[in-house]
Design a protein around this ligand. Structure first.
Ligand SMILES: [Zn+2]
Length: 98
């Protein structure tokens, strides 16, 4: 979606994607933590492959969490923040709602 800069009228505007970055980071951290703790609990009850299960669980949890977080953040960007930055004058604005 392209929107014109309300300040200088330029069409050179880009979305800031603040929510997507923040959401991805939060999802990554919570996913890693959840994955590791789940894998550690499983490893404690059973396997000799404990450390590997913990690492694998953490990586999978992190990847899933990051993807989910970015998705949520992207929705936040589109519907709530809507920050768009003009590349010509640096003005930040919200694009008109469709
Ligand atoms: Zn501008």
């Amino acid at each position: 979606m392209t929107s014109l800069c309300p300040h200088c009228g330029s069409a050179h505007t880009v979305p800031q994607r603040t929510g997507e970055r923040v959401g991805g980071s939060i999802g990554l951290v919570t996913g890693l933590a959840g994955g590791f703790s789940g894998a550690l609990r499983g490893a404690a009850s059973a396997a000799p492959a404990g450390p590997y299960a913990a690492i694998l669980g953490g990586l999978v949890g992190g990847a899933v969490g990051c993807g989910l977080g970015a998705k949520v953040g992207c929705t936040v960007d589109e519907h709530i923040l809507g920050n768009t930055r003009c590349q010509d004058c640096g003005h930040t604005h919200s694009p008109p709602r469709a």
